[in-house]
Design a protein around this ligand. Structure first.
Ligand code: HEC
Length: 191
């Protein structure tokens, strides 16, 4: 037993030394896997091409129409694989977690269930990427533990956002205590 755990400690020590020497103390490790497909080397985000099949559904929101029945917008939120399981374990979004929010215009019609609004044209996407270590401190689309960007439906590769503090943060202020995410709308995050 002793020898095994001593060996484990030695191996752990070696891998820590390896991580520090390859990236240096000031350079946090780059993202891997699913997240690497969303974030380029300088911290620019893009909408993951496969989120509708590879990601998991977090939940949805409807914004009521200002006049008349029905809703004017439908929002559907997805999380990268593993995010829901990790959140259920410790109540935190893990480093590298990707959230994608689709924004749809709606079509409202009478159906056999009542007056129903459903997804019409896609207006675009909001994307957020969790960052526990401050990878892109010089990039104005990163801060408060996340990367933040909006994409028009016509260009999922290039954001039109320029500064998350003015484009996003004030609107997410009410959710500051839950890591800037409106978690109460997501049944998948609770057991
Ligand atoms: C007008 C206010 C407003 C602005 C501006 C805004 N958000 Fe949000 N965002 C919300 C609200 C409210 C929700 C949850 C309810 C909803 O979708 O209607 C939300 C939800 C989200 C979600 C789903 C996860 C969550 O927090 O529940 C993401 C991802 C997101 N926003 C990203 C962004 C990013 C990135 C920006 C800036 C580019 C941004 N938002 C700007 C108000 C806003």
């Amino acid at each position: 037993m002793r020898i095994v755990s001593a060996l484990a400690v030695a191996l752990l020590g070696m891998s820590v030394v390896g991580a520090v020497t390859s990236y240096g103390i000031d350079t946090p490790p780059p993202y891997g896997g699913t997240t690497a497909a969303v974030v380029d080397d300088t911290g620019n985000l893009r909408v993951p091409a496969d989120y509708r099949t590879a990601y998991q559904l977090l939940g949805s929101w409807v914004v009521a129409a200002d006049d008349g029945p029905g809703s004017r917008e439908l929002h559907v939120v997805y999380a990268s694989p593993g995010t829901i399981a990790a959140y259920r374990k410790d109540g935190h979004f893990p480093d590298g977690a990707v959230l994608v929010k689709e924004v749809f215009d709606t079509r409202t019609e009478d159906m056999t269930t009542g007056t129903v609004s459903s997804a019409g044209a896609l207006a675009g996407w909001f994307v957020m990427v969790k960052d526990d270590v401050g990878r892109f401190s010089g990039n104005k689309l990163w801060g408060d533990g996340w990367g933040w960007s909006w994409f028009d439906a016509t260009d999922p590769q290039k954001t039109t956002s320029t500064d998350y503090t003015t484009d996003c943060r004030s609107c997410h202020e009410p959710a500051r205590q839950s890591d800037w995410i409106y978690t109460h709308g997501y049944p998948a995050l609770t057991r």
